[in-house]
Design a protein around this ligand. Structure first.
Ligand SMILES: Cc1cc2nc3c(=O)[nH]c(=O)nc-3n(C[C@H](O)[C@H](O)[C@H](O)COP(=O)(O)OP(=O)(O)OC[C@H]3O[C@@H](n4cnc5c(N)ncnc54)[C@H](O)[C@@H]3O)c2cc1C
Length: 409
C-alpha cells in the first residue's frame, strides 16, 4: 500500500505546527513542507524584538528542532515556490521542479508586506520587516545615534520603534491614524500606547496623511501633509500585509481577502486546507469568516487542520489572543474591544488590565504587564460579572471566574 502524503505550501508557523500535530496524532505517511524562503520553519515574533536587538540568536528561532525533524521523517524543501495545485489530482506544481502528488494539501502561505512606492536614488535605505532575511538586513542599521523613520504605527512598527529606541536610535513613527492601534484596542488604549511610546522617547507623529516617502543622496525624507518633514538615515515601512494567494487563485480556491475555509480549515476544494495568516476561517463564535494575523491563531489553525486531515475534531474556535513587547512591557489582548473599558490596576503606571464590556458581558481585555489577568478574562468572555470586583485590585479575578461558574451551574 502506498503511503499517504500531506504537502504544505509554505513552511512557516501554521505548516510546522500542522506537521508536528500530524505526527503526534500518529500519522505515519509522508509529510512534505514546501517553502519559498531559504530557511526551515522559524518564529517571526522575535524578528522585531529579541532577534533584532541581538538578545537572542538564530538558534532560538527554529520551530522544529533538527533532531525531531530527523526522528519524525519530515521533508522540508526550502527555496521553492509552488505555482498551483491541480484540483482534480492534487498534484502540487512547483516552479522549476517535478510535481508532487498529495492526498491532502495545506495552504499556509502567510502574507507579504504592503509596499509603498518610494522614489529616489537610494532604494536600499527602505526596509520591510517580515522575514528572517529582512531582520538580518535591518539589524546592523540600528546603531546608536542613527535616525530611523518608521511608516506605520501598527504592531510591527511599534515593536521596532521600541527595539530601536533601546539601542539608542532616534526613532520617528508616522501614521495618518489619530492614535496607534485604536482600530484593534480602542481609543482609550490607543492613547495609553501612544503615551508609552512618547514617554520612552519615540517621536510619534499621528493624525496627518503622508505626502511622500523618498530617498535622497543624504538619506530618507518623509513629507507629512501638515507641512512637517522627517529626515532619517534609514526607514522601515510597516503598513500591514497582504495575504499570499497567488497559488490559491491559480488552484481555483474560493478567495475573499484570503482563502475562505470552514471552521476546521477546509477550503472550497476537497482535501485542500488553509491555515494561518492567509486563511479566512469561519468562526462560529463570531458568526462570520475572519482572517487573523497572530502567532496563536496560526498555531491553533495548523493543529486544527492536522486533525481535519485525519478526520478528527471540528476545529478550534478560541477567541483571538496575541501579545506584543514594547519598551520593556508585555502587552496582551484577548477577544474584541468595545467602547470605554473598565480599568483594573494602575493606568498611569502602565501596569493594568482594561476590560471591555458589550451589552453588560465581558467581550475582551487588553493588559500591560498582566498576562495572568488575560488568562482569567478569557474564561469570563460572554459572562456578566460584578464590575466593582472586576476593578478592585483586592479581589482575585479567578474568584470571579469560579463564582460565576457556580452561579451558572
Ligand atoms: C516581525 C514580526 C513580529 C511578530 N510578532 C508577533 C507577536 O508578537 N505576537 C503575535 O501574536 N504575532 C506576531 N507576529 C505574527 C505571526 O508571526 C504570524 O501571524 C505567523 O507567523 C503566521 O504564520 P503563517 O504560518 O500563517 O505564515 P508565515 O509564518 O508567514 O509562513 C508562510 C510561509 O509561506 C511562504 N510562501 C508563501 N507563498 C508560497 C508559495 N507559493 N510557495 C512556497 N512558499 C510560500 C512564505 O514565504 C512564508 O515563508 C509577528 C510577525 C512578524 C513579521
Amino acid at each position: 500500500m502506498t503511503r499517504r502524503t500531506v504537502v504544505t505550501i509554505g513552511a512557516g508557523q501554521a505548516a510546522a505546527v500542522a506537521a508536528r500535530n500530524l505526527r503526534r496524532r500518529g500519522f505515519d505517511g509522508r509529510i512534505v513542507l514546501l517553502g519559498d524562503e531559504p530557511h526551515p520553519p522559524y518564529q517571526r515574533p522575535p524578528l522585531s524584538k529579541e532577534f533584532l536587538s541581538g538578545a537572542e540568536g538564530l538558534d532560538s528561532l527554529w520551530i522544529l528542532p533538527q533532531k525531531w525533524l530527523a526522528d519524525n521523517d519530515i521533508d522540508i524543501v526550502t527555496g521553492v515556490e509552488v505555482r498551483r495545485v491541480d484540483a482534480a489530482t492534487r498534484a502540487v506544481q512547483i516552479d522549476g521542479g517535478p510535481d508532487i502528488e498529495a492526498d491532502a494539501v495545506l495552504f499556509a502561505t502567510g502574507g507579504r508586506p504592503r509596499t509603498l512606492p518610494v522614489p529616489g536614488p537610494r532604494p536600499e535605505l527602505i526596509h520591510y520587516l517580515r522575514t528572517l532575511d529582512d531582520a538580518t538586513r535591518l539589524a546592523p542599521q540600528l546603531t546608536a545615534g542613527r535616525r530611523l523613520a518608521i511608516v506605520g504605527a501598527g504592531f510591527i512598527g511599534l515593536e521596532l520603534a521600541a527595539t530601536a529606541t533601546a539601542a539608542g536610535v532616534h526613532v520617528t513613527v508616522v501614521d495618518p491614524a489619530p492614535l496607534p492601534l485604536a482600530r484593534v484596542i480602542g481609543t482609550a488604549m490607543g492613547q495609553a500606547v501612544c503615551r508609552l511610546h512618547r514617554d520612552s522617547g519615540v517621536d510619534l507623529r499621528t493624525g496627518s496623511a503622508l505626502d511622500a516617502v523618498r530617498t535622497t543622496a543624504d538619506g530618507v525624507v518623509v513629507d507629512i501633509a501638515d507641512g512637517s518633514t522627517v529626515h532619517a538615515d534609514v526607514a522601515v515601512v510597516g503598513i500591514g500585509i497582504t495575504p499570499n494567494i497567488d497559488a490559491a487563485a491559480a488552484t481555483g480556491l474560493h478567495l475573499d481577502d484570503g482563502i475562505v475555509t470552514d471552521a476546521a480549515g477546509r477550503t472550497s476544494i476537497a482535501h485542500i486546507f488553509a491555515a494561518g495568516d492567509v486563511a479566512r476561517r469561519y468562526s462560529p463564535r463570531a458568526g462570520a469568516h475572519v482572517r487573523l494575523e497572530h502567532f496563536d491563531n496560526a498555531s491553533r489553525q495548523g493543529a486544527a487542520v492536522a486533525d481535519a486531515i485525519l478526520d478528527r475534531g471540528t476545529g478550534s474556535d478560541e477567541p483571538p489572543w496575541f501579545w506584543s513587547d514594547q519598551h520593556g512591557r508585555n502587552l496582551q489582548f484577548v477577544g474584541t474591544a468595545a467602547g470605554d473599558p473598565l480599568i483594573r490596576g494602575d493606568l498611569d503606571g502602565m501596569d493594568f488590565t482594561a476590560v471591555y464590556l458589550q451589552g453588560g458581558a465581558v467581550c475582551g481585555a487588553f493588559s500591560v504587564e498582566r498576562g495572568e489577568d488575560i488568562m482569567a478574562v478569557r474564561e469570563l468572555l460572554g459572562r456578566e460579572v460584578d464590575t466593582a470586583a472586576l476593578c478592585d485590585e483586592d479581589s482575585d479575578l479567578w474568584d470571579l471566574v469560579y463564582d460565576d461558574e457556580e452561579v451558572h451551574a
